[in-house]
Design a binder for this molecule. Structure first.
Ligand SMILES: *Cc1c(COP(=O)(O)O)cnc(C)c1O
Length: 393
């Protein structure tokens, strides 16, 4: 049994996006002389730096695409590492058969840490208390634990403050059961080309890596990373040893940026017309009577609503594709249904409705939907509901 509304996830497109990003990183690494050589590799200035590896970000059920299948496809495509938000998400990946290293982004100060050891995860330490908890947990198991250290360079969310490391780092680096495998930061404004904080964060991170850690702590981390999708597109100087794209892998460019990388959208959300009726001029459609027919109209009902992740603000400005044409979503988005004005289209019960994706050469993409309701494509993808089956091809 399968419902009419399904999410089709194109794993071929996902792997093709991964490879396109890999090629982009390779080519640009050769032509772009701005990439600093790796300080710990003994590289001398002028040595062409090699392309960074890719940490494929599959948090939040792989941005709504279904983490198990997406993670396996990215592992197969050659991801250096996978990353997710918390231990629970990482366990889902391991149970799906992921054998690649998994980095957990979240703060672990109040988490049950057993999974880190049982499932061989790489935790992030972003607070002194998480460091103490992980050191104690590793000590009680007589194990040495590799972790990535998160530096807060100005986002003020997670991480040890870049300007307070003299106070916070000694205890962490003295923890007998902990070993720094990588150091990273995260940008607050990478998708805003006007904002100056991006460059400030880069400079602070470079200072920490190139001066503070080697001189103050004799620490030259082998793995340094900073770039999400937007930062990766914007500035090769923040690629370091690994980049951390999420959204780009799914074929969506973070607005308002653009790229020449050939990306294909991975997600399509499709349904069917389950009912068609005529309404007379002056009659209303839907809760609240927010839409009133100005002419004799044909209205299609489609079985997908806000419980499936369709934002209520789509009623009015939003569209779906029917018979290769844009048909407006009218009235109100209900829990399980939307109504669509198909007046003038030769549409009928059983016809395919495309909410996200392509139909007969017309496209409804996630960026456009997000723009219509004033949110981000991240939110549109993540909200696609749990009741919708993901079909992989
Ligand atoms: C989500 C996330 C990413 C990926 O972000 P995109 O904008 O989807 O590329 C990278 N790094 C961290 C720490 C994240 O939380």
């Amino acid at each position: 049994m399968i419902r009419s509304t399904v999410a089709q996830v194109d794993l071929g497109a996902l792997q093709s996006n991964f490879l396109a990003i890999t090629e982009f990183l390779k080519t640009a690494s050769i032509v772009d002389g701005t990439r600093p050589p790796h300080p710990s590799a003994g590289a001398t200035l002028g040595t062409p730096p090699c392309a960074p590896g890719i940490i494929a970000v599959v948090k939040a059920n792989a941005y709504g695409h279904g983490a198990p299948r997406v993670a396996l496809a990215l592992q197969e495509a050659g991801a250096t590492m996978l990353a997710c938000a918390d231990i629970e998400e990482a366990i889902v990946l391991r149970n799906a058969g992921v054998t690649e290293e998994i980095l957990v982004f979240g703060a672990l100060g109040v988490s049950d840490l057993a999974g880190v050891f049982e499932y061989h995860l790489t935790p992030t330490i972003s607070t002194p208390s998480a460091g103490r908890a992980l050191n104690a947990a590793a000590g009680s198991r007589k194990k040495r634990l590799r972790y990535h250290l998160k530096i807060d360079t100005g986002m003020n969310r997670l991480g040890l403050r870049y300007d307070n490391l003299a106070r916070t780092l000694p205890e962490l680096l003295d923890s007998p059961y902990l070993e720094v495998a990588g150091v990273y930061t995260h940008f607050a404004t990478a998708n805003d080309p006007e904002d100056v904080l991006f460059a400030e964060q880069r400079e602070r991170f470079e200072y920490v890596l190139n001066q503070l850690l080697p001189a103050g702590f004799n620490l030259r981390p082998k793995l340094r990373h900073a770039a999400n999708s937007a930062a990766m597109l914007r500035d090769a100087r923040v690629w370091f040893d690994l980049v951390r794209p999420g959204l780009l892998l799914y074929g969506v460019i973070p607005p308002p940026l653009h790229t020449t990388i050939q990306l294909r959208p991975v997600m399509s959300l499709k349904s069917r017309v389950v009912s068609v009726k005529g309404v007379r001029p002056g009659e209303i459609v839907g809760y609240g009577g927010h839409w009133k027919a100005a002419r004799p109209s044909r209205i299609a009902t489609v079985p997908a609503g806000y419980a499936d992740g369709l934002d209520m603000r789509l009623a009015g400005p939003g569209h779906v594709l029917v018979r290769g044409r844009r048909a407006p979503i009218i009235g109100s988005v209900c829990m399980d249904m939307i109504m669509v004005d198909i007046t003038g289209l030769q549409a009928d019960t059983g016809d395919e409705v495309v909410i996200i994706g392509e139909q007969d050469g017309e496209r409804m993409d996630v960026r456009e939907i997000a723009a219509v309701i004033g949110t981000s494509p991240y939110e549109v993808l993540c909200r696609i509901g749990t009741r919708i089956e993901r079909i992989y091809d």
